[in-house]
Design a protein around this ligand. Structure first.
Ligand SMILES: [Zn+2]
Length: 257
């Protein structure tokens, strides 16, 4: 119990770092310098204000210098990362499995928001993490499964991108999404990566229909697919078996009609 809480707190601080990555990495700013400051007035955050989640609550969501509103996304990312680390500590089959889970969850969290904000998935996140996932798989005795999953994810998404671009006569899917499919495969192996990527399509389809129905987007407006894949990958990691059970139940129901 105590170690899990410790890792949860560690997750909160990693979440704080992920906020910096999400904000600065896509625009080419240093991740370490300068320290955290208000984007509006440049006021530097004090030690207490830097405490994850509690700092935001203490400031009541506003900069103490100029009063500009601070996005609630910051404490949300911190709390979600803390919860993810806690979950990983409680459920991991061992230290390597724990590292596997927190690397994937942290990477997917950063990718989720960077793709949402900028429509890109930085190679400096997806490529090293793909290598890390394969290396962990090798040490954990799951290398063939994960290598096939990474290569398969890459091949399937590359094909979707290729065929989609031919049919739509414009880029149908970013190459970053193709590399993200490989990354998810490298961490989850064939069965769970397939589950996660399928969930990504399901979430993407529902979102697309909902956005079009709400007239928020036309059929031609691009919707970043990376966030859906990231969400699908995270759900597969945490609840993949339950998703497969649910899927099997639905298939059985349909067959028995
Ligand atoms: Zn300010």
């Amino acid at each position: 119990m105590i170690p899990a809480v410790f890792f949860g707190v560690l997750g909160l601080t990693i979440g704080s770092f992920l906020n910096v990555v999400i904000r600065r990495l896509p625009i080419g700013e240093s991740l370490v310098w300068p320290g955290s400051h208000c984007p509006e007035c440049g006021r530097k955050l004090g030690v207490l204000e830097l405490v994850p989640v509690l700092g935001y609550i203490g400031l009541r969501g506003k900069c103490a210098g100029c009063g500009v509103r601070i996005s609630p996304r910051y404490p949300v990312v911190e709390a979600a990362t803390g919860a993810g680390f806690y979950w990983a500590a409680v459920n991991a089959a061992g230290p390597l499995d724990f590292v596997n889970s927190i690397l994937l969850l942290s990477g997917l969290t950063a990718i989720f928001f960077i793709d949402l904000d900028h429509g890109i998935i930085p190679d400096v996140i997806s490529l090293p993490l793909t290598a890390a996932g394969l290396a962990l798989g090798a040490v954990m005795g799951a290398f063939p499964d994960r290598a096939i999953a990474a290569a398969g994810g890459f091949a399937v998404f590359w094909s979707i991108r290729f065929i989609g671009t031919l049919l739509a006569k414009e880029e149908a899917m970013g190459f970053g999404d193709v590399k993200l499919a490989a990354m998810i495969g490298a961490f989850l192996g064939i069965r769970m990566a397939a589950t996660g990527l399928f969930l990504g399509f399901l979430i993407g389809g529902i979102m697309a229909v909902w956005l079009m129905a709400a007239k928020r987007r036309g059929a031609k407006d691009p919707i970043p697919f990376g966030p859906m894949m990231a969400a699908g990958g995270a759900i597969a990691l945490i609840k993949g078996l339950a998703v497969l059970d649910l899927y099997a139940m639905c298939v059985a129901r349909i067959w028995s009609l």
